[in-house]
Design a protein around this ligand. Structure first.
Ligand code: AMP
Ligand code: MG
Length: 288
């Protein structure tokens, strides 16, 4: 079964995140058994991104959401690292700057949306405005409750402009999050990532899950689907995300554009004619 069907939130369906096993690993026993498949996805992703870039007709927007330590950064490094930096961009959404906060909530998302030929990954996204904003009452309910519809309209507008959108929720358990935070404390190279908010937000886990459930249910559409990725095993998360991106891009049936010049004529004019120009020694005779 295609992973793009298996992990998709069917448009219009309610979901219960507590019923989805974050430790799921399909048929794989271990990281090692998934390695060959992961390597093949990486190779394909490189090819497909090059095709998208060459075509220069449409674009891909990948939204990554998840709790702290959910694996957003790791997914970017492991999965999207396989793409050419020329034509690929990552944008991380932080607490809105003064300038961003002075605009409507979708302004900054639109600003960083992909141009034709580009792959853009949103590390967090406009969905923060129905997640953290809702959980912390940053705006009143009458404001955030209208945003689901606004988000769907915004994404439809991007889709009409040739952007394909896929959205991933990296689903980890509370225990796994605590373990990852503990590992960060122990690791001198990763301590810098720790924020006290990682722990205070953790206390709001049920409120966040409720906010995610509503966002996933109301904004998973036919053309901009959400996927819930079991993410307790980092290697399975990478496998599932890369597989879905490959499947999505393959479904675009991209082709290299035709050459912009007459190849035969160019060959004749600049390659063959040059070789026969009188007085010019051929490369072969020069070498002698
Ligand atoms: P990190 O992803 O660890 O770099 O943290 C970014 C922080 O910015 C997270 O705590 C997000 O919840 C927060 N953030 C992102 N977007 C918004 C927003 N629209 N409103 C408030 N906080 C936000
Ligand atoms: Mg963080």
């Amino acid at each position: 079964m295609l992973y793009s069907e298996r992990f998709r939130v069917a448009p219009g369906s309610k979901i219960k995140l507590s019923a989805i096993d974050p430790s799921f690993k399909d048929k794989h026993e271990s990281k090692e058994s998934a390695e060959a498949e992961n390597a093949e996805h990486a190779r394909r992703l490189g090819e497909l991104q090059f095709l998208l870039y060459a075509e220069d007709r449409r674009s891909l927007l990948v939204v990554l959401q998840g709790m702290d330590a959910g694996g957003k950064d790791g997914t970017i490094r492991h999965v999207f690292g396989a793409m050419n930096p020329q034509g690929t961009r990552v944008h991380a959404f932080k607490v809105p700057s003064q300038e961003e906060a002075a605009h409507d909530f979708l302004w900054r998302a639109h600003l960083h949306a992909p141009a034709r030929g580009e792959v853009v990954v949103f590390n967090r996204s406009h969905y923060e405005d129905v997640l953290v904003a809702r959980v912390h009452d940053l705006v009143p309910k009458r404001v955030w409750s209208k945003r689901y519809g606004r988000i769907n309209d915004f994404e439809s507008n991007l889709i009409d402009g040739g952007t394909h959108i896929i959205k991933f929720f990296l689903h980890i358990s509370e225990d796994e999050q605590l373990e990852r935070l503990r590992q960060r404390l122990e690791d001198p190279k990763r301590r810098w990532k720790i924020a006290e908010s990682d722990y205070t937000e953790r206390a709001l886990w049920p409120q966040y899950m409720e906010a995610y459930e509503e966002a996933l249910a109301r904004t998973s559409t036919e053309d901009a689907p959400w996927y819930v990725i079991p993410a307790n095993h980092k290697w399975f998360r990478n496998l599932a995300v890369s597989k879905i991106v490959v499947e999505t891009m393959e479904a675009l049936r991209m082709k290299f554009p035709p050459p912009r010049v007459d190849i035969d004529e160019i060959r004749r004019k600049y390659h063959e004619a040059a070789r026969h120009r009188p007085g010019r020694r051929s490369a072969r005779s020069r070498r002698r």
